[in-house]
Write a protein that binds this ligand. Structure first.
Ligand code: SAM
Ligand code: SF4
Ligand code: SF4
Length: 336
């Protein structure tokens, strides 16, 4: 029986996001603006990125501390060479009952089969617009939305459980809410609308650019009949709805308008092995140093436990009290 550790607000450590790379083939303006993440941007050198063996060891230790869910992310996780090999190792870990991956989807037509065969069966795929020209602009690399839609189709055919995530920005892609809802309802795929968040320091966020769940709900309910669905488990992040008379679902991730820190059971590990107890943290705790200095498993678990026990993060609950100049980590580094 694995131990369960809790933080300063009695929140258990239940899920873990692991970033496998800080690099990406997109330059979404709200995450990695091209002006900042240009050719000279100092991405992590290879020797600073955790090896698969190091990730596997950490994942085992977190599982022994009660983690049940692992999600791989990035940057763009599908850029990490040999990823199926890592997935194979992680799915074998005792106590891990749920493995997922978040991706921009572009490499799925090529890699989905290998990933599925390695034991990955859940994907969150990001797509912010169906409209070709808009999507090309939003991803900062001129990539066609068809490439992602084909990736989604390929993953569906293989039997992946898929959710599509759309970050909605006011005046940018809010007119795509209805076409996206229609398209994914017809495919029976859950679409989740994410409120634009003030992660990192470089995406020019302000409250005027946020379209809240309430506003999105109004837009959707003027076109569709939708009804709420109960949360499936404690700490489920999305507020769920379904189209009446259909099994297709919608979800809202309301980090800005209705924060959910009180049920936040998630830890994050950056590609270079730092542990972050909040998406909006300024500093991480270096676990790589322990992985590489001969520390025992017990020492590392004690360190993680002590960090989690002291955790008091509630950034979104307190958003309006924060000083705007407080330095935060970037989304592409910690993986959302
Ligand atoms: N590259 C992968 C992708 O885009 O799915 C994985 C990493 S990405 C950082 C993880 C998720 O964070 C994506 O769904 C992305 O849309 C979301 N995201 C990035 N910046 C965001 C922001 N400022 N506000 C809300 N969501 C954001
Ligand atoms: Fe890359 Fe994902 Fe960030 Fe877009 S949201 S720049 S795809 S890491
Ligand atoms: Fe969790 Fe931090 Fe987000 Fe609150 S702001 S839900 S503590 S990650």
């Amino acid at each position: 029986m694995n131990a369960l550790i809790t933080d300063g607000f009695n929140r258990p450590l239940h899920d873990l996001r692991i970033s496998v790379t800080d690099r990406c083939n997109f330059r979404c303006q709200y995450c990695m603006p091209a002006e900042i993440f240009g050719p000279d941007f100092p991405f992590l050198p290879k020797n600073e990125v955790l090896t698969f063996e190091e990730i596997e060891r950490l994942a085992k230790l977190f599982a022994q501390l009660g983690v049940k869910k692992i999600r791989l992310t990035g940057g763009e996780p599908l850029l990490r060479r040999g990823l199926p090999e890592l997935i194979r190792k992680l799915t074998l870990i005792e106590g891990i009952t749920d493995m997922g991956l978040t991706t921009n989807g572009v490499l799925l037509t090529r890699l989905a089969k290998e990933l599925f065969d390695a034991g990955l069966h859940r994907l969150n795929i990001s797509l912010d617009a169906l409209d070709e020209n808009l999507f090309k602009k939003l991803n900062g690399r001129g990539v066609s939305s068809k490439a992602v839609m084909e990736g989604i189709d390929k993953a569906c055919e293989l039997g992946f459980h898929i959710k599509v995530n759309m970050v909605v920005q006011k005046g940018v892609n809010d007119h795509e809410i209805i076409p996206m809802a229609e398209y994914f309802r017809n495919k029976g795929i859950t679409l989740r609308f994410i409120e634009f968040m003030d992660v990192g320091n470089s995406n020019g966020w302000n409250m005027e650019k946020v379209i809240t769940k309430k506003e999105m709900y109004e837009i959707l309910s003027s076109h569709f009949e939708i009804e709420p669905v109960d949360a499936a488990y404690f700490g489920e992040v999305a507020k769920r709805y379904r189209f009446k008379g259909s099994n297709a679902e919608l979800g809202f991730i309301t980090s800005v308008s209705e924060s959910f820190c009180s049920s936040c059971t998630r830890a994050r590990i950056s590609a270079d092995g730092k542990l972050y107890t909040c998406l909006f943290a300024g500093n991480g705790h270096d676990l790589r140093v322990l992985l590489r200095d001969g520390s025992t498993d017990e020492t590392i678990k004690n360190e993680i436990t002590s960090i989690w026990n002291k955790r008091a993060d509630r950034y979104s609950d307190e958003r309006n009290n924060h000083h705007p100049s407080k330095k935060k980590i970037e989304m592409s580094y910690i993986g959302g």
